[in-house]
Design a protein around this ligand. Structure first.
Ligand code: ADP
Ligand code: ZN
Length: 763
């Protein structure tokens, strides 16, 4: 049993001893706070209190009380003992953070330049980062459904209007968390609307998500493994038997039976009395994926971002108490308190979503390796398109490569046809039409419709058109607060900023030169949906992106309808690229493969290859076969050409050569330092003085790129400046860690800088 919550050990009432009267046997605790502080702080342990590393405590910091976790107990305060303040309360009878995780927190802090307390906070469910467990959640309900009044708010009160509209679209009810996420707003417009009687705020006992509840499912038995699968499982078992840490890369095309290998390896770990963690990208954490684990094991804890705090806490306790030994979850599940951890599996290990975007900016794959090392556990990284850094480690023999070369069900990978937009556009434009899908793709869709088969169209851009462009002056309409173009959303008939969520009316005249009717350029999912619905009048077309899935359960709802055949053509973003396993899908179209290639990041080729390979994997998962169409104006680009041949190995070899030539990761390591401030010169000053601090360290193998304005110059009204630190060779990062930690944990000219080690993006 874990006892936690307030009131267990309450020392509030105990009178404080006078400063000089410290007993000779006084104990001191190092406490890690969830703040960007340079080290743990020392506090005095109340006499007679039972306390161990890993318990939460409430301590004074300045005039406030803070929560922290004890990392160490000792007799030496390391400073003038009389100045050390006492712990106010001890919150847990037993440690919440245990041995390995305490050590891990220190490693994470060092690796990703954050405070140890921030790393520890990331390990705990939100409910435990605070005082007591809140079992309720805040629900927002729409009261006035009189939309005439609401429409009038549109112009003068755009934020409040947006709250009401979002609620209406979601069926009248959302949790506060869901609402704020969907609108990118704070809680304040919501509270104002409640005061004015438009909406009602209720607290209700958090329901436990039916998915996270133990629910009996029919058991399936494991199939006989193929020879390659047996070899992979055998290699992992050998590491498990030896209780020795080893990292494996399970490289296998989509449908080659990787998940089956995970299931067997997990089973081996459980038989040895150990537990396991399976990390999957959030977006593929669908019931379909989860079910495969449920069908095989008695009890599986599922951790995903839509859980309420209470649900997460419930799962966390079951894991901690050893009642459940298999955990399936997104990024932060790598910290699940599994007992005697035997194996960590990272599926789709190349996914950028394994990197956290705020402090601690850890990469779950790398944390898995650290934790595996501490626990003597096997770490299995699985992918059809491994990250180039992982691939290089396998080539260099640092991790063990296991291969699955054949598809288990549904035969070969589908043929990929490249639709060269340069030719097609020229031809079609002569006919004077605005064509989104090339002829060959249209014909394939027609054939599929005749046979009652299904189509997926992928485009990584939501909204109707990404750019409103004036042919007179060449200007595009930008957000007033962010240096990005506004996207036209037909659903709301507005221009929307994808950075800050702000909306603006669609301009009838160019805001720069006044010329009438700027043009909508380019296509997003809404435009493709509209176009396809017009081109195939008898087909049922649906769209799946973050705009069409605000309401609870809508994501699953669309997928169910697609599976049942109520939808023939599904248009969508990333959301449909992953994990979707519908045998009747025979046509897959990548509407615009170039959009990813054009992103100005050194990783854009890699991302484009991964996306095309991933989307292509959705087709031909049955005897019906399938075809993939990739629309591009760069057919010769290695990322496109190799993806069309399903040839990861050649692509990786070429791309690694490029990276080496240009001194990009994995041949070097990057650290990004970013300053944001309303006043441009303040942001510039801050990065410049941070850059001087790095230069002053004079570390060998360390080079600065910048400072300069960030590619996205402004977000939410804040100017952005940054620089990159290149560590070449990668090991030279060790020379600079202390200087980098200083930058991360101190403020420069009153500005807190963002320090990102191995950044996933540099925009
Ligand atoms: P991946 O995770 O690599 O995409 P899966 O493990 O999902 O591959 O396997 C793809 C399909 O093949 C699934 O339907 C799975 O049930 C089936 N499968 C996997 N291994 C075997 C096997 N050894 N025998 C029969 N079917 C298998
Ligand atoms: Zn904006």
């Amino acid at each position: 049993m874990i006892k936690s919550g307030a009131g267990m050990f309450d020392f509030m009432a105990a009178p404080e001893p006078r400063k000089q009267e410290l007993p000779a046997d006084a104990l001191f605790a190092s406490v890690a706070l969830d703040r960007p502080l340079e080290g743990d702080l020392t506090y005095r342990v109340p006499p007679g209190a039972e306390i161990r590393p890993g318990v939460r405590v409430q301590v004074p910091l300045g005039a406030r009380n803070e929560f922290g976790v004890v990392t160490k107990i000792g007799r030496d305060p390391g400073c003038d003992a009389s100045r050390v303040r006492p712990i106010i309360r001890i919150l847990d009878a037993e440690p919440l953070v245990t041995g390995d995780l305490i050590i891990l927190s220190a490693r994470i802090a060092r690796e990703w330049a954050c405070a140890r307390g921030q790393a520890i906070a990331a390990m705990l469910p939100a409910a435990l980062r605070r005082d007591r467990l809140r079992r309720t959640e805040s629900i927002v309900k729409l009261l006035k459904r009189d939309f005439e009044i609401i429409e009038k708010m549109e112009e003068k009160e755009p934020d409040r209007y947006r709250v009401l509209r979002t609620l209406k679209e979601a069926g009248g009810e959302l949790t506060m968390q869901e609402l704020c996420r969907a609108t990118k707003l704070s809680t304040s417009p919501v509270k104002t609307l409640a005061k004015r009687g438009f909406i009602k705020l209720e607290r209700r006992i958090a329901e436990i998500d039916p998915l996270s509840r133990v629910r009996p499912v029919a058991r399936t038995t494991a199939p006989e493994l193929s020879i390659q699968q047996k070899a992979a499982v055998g290699a992992i078992r050998a590491a498990l038997d030896a209780r020795k840490h080893e990292t494996f890369l399970l490289f296998g095309i989509t449908g080659s039976g990787k998940t089956e290998v995970y299931l067997h390896a997990l089973d081996d770990a459980l038989r040895a009395g150990r537990g396991g963690i399976v990390l999957v990208p959030e977006i593929s954490l669908t019931p379909q994926t989860v079910l495969r684990f449920r069908e095989r094991f008695d009890d599986v804890a599922v951790l995903h971002s839509k859980l309420t705090d209470a649900e997460r806490m419930d799962q966390w306790k079951r894991i901690r108490e050893g009642r459940v030994r298999v955990v399936v979850g997104a990024r932060s599940a790598v910290f699940a308190p599994v007992r005697d951890l035997g194996i960590i599996i990272v599926d789709e290990e190349h996914e950028p979503s394994f990197k956290q975007s705020n402090a601690p900016r850890y990469h779950a794959r790398d944390v898995a390796a650290m934790r595996g090392e501490l626990a003597g556990a096997a770490v299995v990284l699985g992918s059809a398109t491994p990250a180039l850094e992982t691939w290089k480690r396998a080539l260099d023999g640092k991790i063990t490569l296991l291969k699955l070369m054949d598809r288990m069900a549904g035969g070969a990978l589908p043929p990929v046809r490249i639709a060269d937009l340069r030719h097609e556009r020229a031809r079609e434009l002569n006919l004077g039409s605005n064509i989104l899908l090339t002829r060959s793709l249209r014909l394939a869709i027609e054939r599929a419709l005749e046979k009652k088969q299904r189509t997926i169209l992928f485009l990584n851009r939501r909204g109707f058109a990404p750019v409103l462009w004036c042919s007179g002056c060449g200007a595009t309409v930008q957000c007033a607060r962010c240096a990005v173009s506004l996207t036209f959303h037909r659903r709301v008939e507005k221009l929307v900023c994808h950075m800050c969520g702000r909306e603006a009316p669609i301009a009838t005249d160019c805001p720069m030169c006044g010329l009438p009717r700027p043009r909508l350029i380019g296509a997003g999912t809404e435009r493709v949906e509209q176009w396809v619905a017009r081109a195939f009048r008898n087909a049922h077309v649906a769209r799946m992106d973050s705009d069409s899935t605000t309401a609870r359960g809508s994501h699953e709802d669309i997928l169910d309808r697609f599976r049942r055949g109520d939808i023939d053509i599904l248009v969508g973003t990333q959301m449909i690229a992953k994990g979707l396993d519908v045998p009747e899908v025979t046509v897959v179209g990548v509407v615009d493969a170039d959009s990813t290639l054009h992103i100005p990041e050194y990783t854009s080729s890699e991302r484009a290859f991964q996306l095309v390979a991933q989307v292509a994997g959705r087709a031909g998962r049955s005897a019906h076969g399938g075809e993939v169409f990739v629309q591009t104006s760069m057919p010769a680009h290695p990322a496109i050409a190799c993806a069309a041949r399903h040839d990861f190995v050649t692509f990786a070899a070429q791309e690694l050569r490029e990276r080496e030539k240009h001194r990009y990761p994995p041949f070097v390591r990057f650290i990004r330092v970013l300053a944001e401030h309303a006043r441009d010169e303040r942001a510039q000053e801050a990065v410049e003085s941070a850059a001087s601090a790095i230069r002053a360290a004079n570390a060998p193998g360390v080079e600065l790129l910048g400072p300069q304005p960030a590619p996205i110059r402004k977000i939410k009204g804040k100017s952005r400046w940054h620089f990159l630190i290149r560590c070449d060779p990668p090991e030279s990062i060790e020379h600079i860690r202390d200087a980098v930690a200083q930058i991360a944990l101190k403020s420069f000219h009153g500005i807190r800088l963002t320090v990102d080690v191995d950044p996933a993006g540099t925009m």
